[in-house]
Design a protein around this ligand. Structure first.
Ligand code: LMR
Length: 340
């Protein structure tokens, strides 16, 4: 836990940065953009999110004739998981795209419904939520935190890794598993007999290397681009959970943009998100291929029986966490998933 004075000085520092951001956004000296958007994220550039952010930059700069610039800060260069949302609320950055698992801790626990294990059979089922009334309603909750939600996009399905094969529920017992800050994911690990340890993404590889945690879960693109294969001997292709993102901006910033600029930025973003959804699967497939070629991590495919037993072991999480997510959200979720 940070001390109060550390928290206060971090706030002051973020506020100072926010002031700088406002000035630099409107600088408009000759040859420099009139408006500069700062897009901060925590993953590598060769991931679905990294590529989407870079595509967004190209589209905005092309279409505005470089009047609007976009600075992308990947790999938690500027802010990590703990800071990026606060930096956005203070206006120190203009866009972030945290995973849906990271909204619970800013008072939006309903987003953790995406973390329920074995919830989605495929990406078509995810779309029924994100593109339907439920997705819209989820984004409508963001102004409660001074934010605006601009859209969802995929990374993909998560796989489990550790320094031993993870095939049966019993293989997880006693392992310290790094998780994102989601109560649902923590409950999932507990249901498997593991100890969940919440860590920022940018600290995960180091924690695995140091033995602070024993294993983790993530889509292969995140695993590969952080070189986690150098510190994890085994990966099981469990596809047990979904990892996706919401792009969010600061409400004040968004409202103060000229309507035409807002339209241009939003259109470019929607195209970048559609692009990310198109390439996400391929990115994860290519990362898996690279991982196989690297040969340092054993890749295990589960038998149908092993998958069923894992699924049964985490089944209670749905009931346990329904009250955190909210019963009416769970009802909407069931309805969305029923619509084939
Ligand atoms: C994680 O923390 O594991 C992911 O949310 C990272 C990301 O943004 O894909």
């Amino acid at each position: 836990m940070p001390t109060l004075s550390a928290a206060v000085s971090r706030r002051t520092w973020l506020a100072a940065l926010a002031g700088t951001a406002v000035l630099s956004r409107r600088a408009g000296a000759i040859g420099t953009p009139e408006i500069t958007l700062r897009f901060s994220h925590v993953v590598a550039e060769e991931t679905p999110k990294g590529l989407a952010a870079n595509r967004f930059k190209v589209l905005v700069e092309q279409r505005s004739g470089s009047r609007i610039g976009v600075q992308v800060f990947p790999n938690a260069q500027l802010y990590g998981d703990h800071d990026e949302m606060q930096a956005l609320q203070l206006g120190a950055v203009d866009l972030v795209a945290p995973s849906l698992s990271k909204f619970g801790r800013i008072g939006l626990p309903e987003f953790e419904l995406f973390d329920l294990p074995f919830l989605f059979d495929d990406l078509a089922a995810v779309r029924r939520v994100t593109l339907g009334p439920l997705g819209k309603k989820l984004l409508q909750g963001l102004p409660r935190q001074g934010l605006v939600g601009l859209g969802f996009f995929d990374n993909g399905f998560k796989q489990m890794s550790a320094n031993r094969p993870l095939r049966e529920p019993g293989d997880f017992v006693g392992l310290r598993m790094r998780v994102q800050a989601s109560r649902v994911i923590a409950a999932q690990m507990r249901a498997l007999g593991a100890h969940p340890v919440t860590l920022p993404f940018s600290e995960t590889r180091r924690a695995l290397a140091a033995g602070v945690v024993d294993g983790t879960e993530n889509p292969v693109s995140n695993f590969w681009t952080q070189a986690m294969h150098e510190v994890q001997s085994d990966m099981s292709l469990t596809n047990h959970g979904y990892l996706g993102y919401a792009v969010v901006t600061n409400q004040r910033f968004w409202q103060h943009l000229q309507p035409d600029d807002r339209t241009l930025i939003n259109q470019a973003l929607q195209e970048a998100l559609a692009f990310a959804n198109q390439i996400a699967d391929t990115q994860n497939d290519q990362a898996l291929q690279a991982l196989r070629q690297a040969g340092s991590t054993h890749i295990h495919s589960l038998t149908p029986g092993q998958r069923t037993r894992l699924r049964q072991a985490v089944q209670p999480v749905q009931q346990q966490l329904a009250s955190r997510i909210g019963p009416h959200w769970m009802k909407d979720l069931e309805q969305a998933l029923r619509q084939a």
